[in-house]
Design a protein around this ligand. Structure first.
Ligand code: UT7
Length: 316
């Protein structure tokens, strides 16, 4: 399996840290220093489905294939307006594809997990062209009266088209069940029978605990996946990390003792876009002509669960 096309789409509304100072007890200085974020994009006039469609169409165009050539669609999403049907079903119609698909929710680690699924399907001979779309609107489940999570997130979508090849070298997936560090509890409809009804609530996060486990578990995943791929940290051209906090990325970098220039970021412009963050970064780097044939890319992400995952790709 290899990536043969990429695309991304972001909302047009830019919201800076200074904009947030107007209604939250926070400051540009605090957000920049503690997270690296300067601004983020927020859905205002567009829908998440507009972004997903735009990213998918761009990825198909860059792959040079039509939607009818797709054998499968995998969508990664934590939460959106439609609980059913799945995002993959709605997207299939809007891009003009005819194949089946499924949605996954592995929080911010969704892209790496989708890559693992796609590779397994290709190795089993079940598909030769797969579309992955990561589309996320985390700003719609934060509490905007509080500063603890609303400053961190941004909305966005990105897609990749996968085709036959030998670029996917190794993957590591990890999970330590710990719901309490990060969760969003949605309110369901009332029934006349349910006892002890639980009302929903916006995203709850234990930031410091999540920070610590994110650094240690991601570093562990990376060491394991490097070993599986049979390479050293220095063999990696770029580490494409989940863009959750610049200090988390720096913590992982310090453990690996690798140079800063190998850890590209765009968190300053988009905040944390959940599972879309790595494919948005990948798409931007390709457009900037920063990735070339033969380069080794390591992707690593973590999120609510607690889940984490890493994979190694050789760019073909
Ligand atoms: O995809 C996964 C999603 N989530 C994450 O990856 C989050 C991981 N955690 C983090 O990124 C960091 O823990 C945060 C950015 C959330 C917080 O940074 P921190 O350095 O861990 O800050 P803290 O929570 O320890 O708070 C330090 C201080 C506190 O004040 P005192 O008690 O020292 O007076 C907070 O009340 O900063 C205060 N504070 C803020 N001040 C201004 C907390 N949030 C803010 C804020 N603006 N937004």
């Amino acid at each position: 399996m290899k990536i043969i096309g990429t695309g991304s789409a972001l909302p047009s509304l830019r919201v800076t840290n200074h904009d947030l100072e107007g209604f939250l007890d926070t400051s540009d200085e605090w957000i920049t220093e503690r997270t690296g974020i300067k601004e983020r994009r927020l859905l205002s006039t567009e829908t998440l489905y507009d972004l997903a469609e735009e990213a998918a169409k761009k990825a198909l165009q860059s792959a040079g294939i039509g939607p009818e050539q797709l054998d499968f669609i995998i969508c990664s999403n934590v939460a959106n307006r439609f609980i059913t049907p799945g995002m993959n079903c709605i997207l299939q119609g809007s891009i003009g594809a005819t194949c089946a698909g499924l949605d996954i929710n592995v929080a911010c680690a969704g892209f790496v997990n989708a890559m693992m699924l796609a590779d397994s399907m290709m190795q089993a001979g079940r598909a030769s062209h797969i579309l992955i779309v990561c589309a996320e609107e985390p700003t719609k489940y934060c509490n905007w009266d509080e500063r603890d999570t609303s400053i961190l997130f941004g909305d966005g979508a990105a897609a990749v088209v996968l085709g036959p090849g030998n670029g996917f070298k190794a993957v590591q997936m990890s999970m330590i069940s710990n719901k309490d560090v990060l969760y969003y509890e949605r309110c369901m409809e009332k029934t006349p029978f349910e006892k002890n009804r639980v009302e929903g609530q916006p995203l709850v996060m234990k930031g410091r605990e999540l920070f610590r486990v994110a650094v240690s578990q991601s570093a562990k995943d990376i060491k394991i996946v490097l070993e599986k791929a049979g390479i050293q940290p220095s063999d990696v051209t770029y580490y494409l990390m989940h863009q959750a906090n610049k200090r988390i990325i720096e913590g992982i970098r310090a453990i690996l003792n690798e140079p800063e220039e190998k850890f590209p970021t765009n968190i300053e412009n988009y905040g944390n876009t959940s599972s879309a963050s790595i494919p948005i970064l990948l798409d931007e780097m390709l457009h900037a002509n920063r990735i070339h044939a033969g380069d080794t890319l390591l992707m690593s992400a973590f999120g609510a669960g607690f889940v984490s995952a890493a994979c190694v790709l050789q760019w073909e």
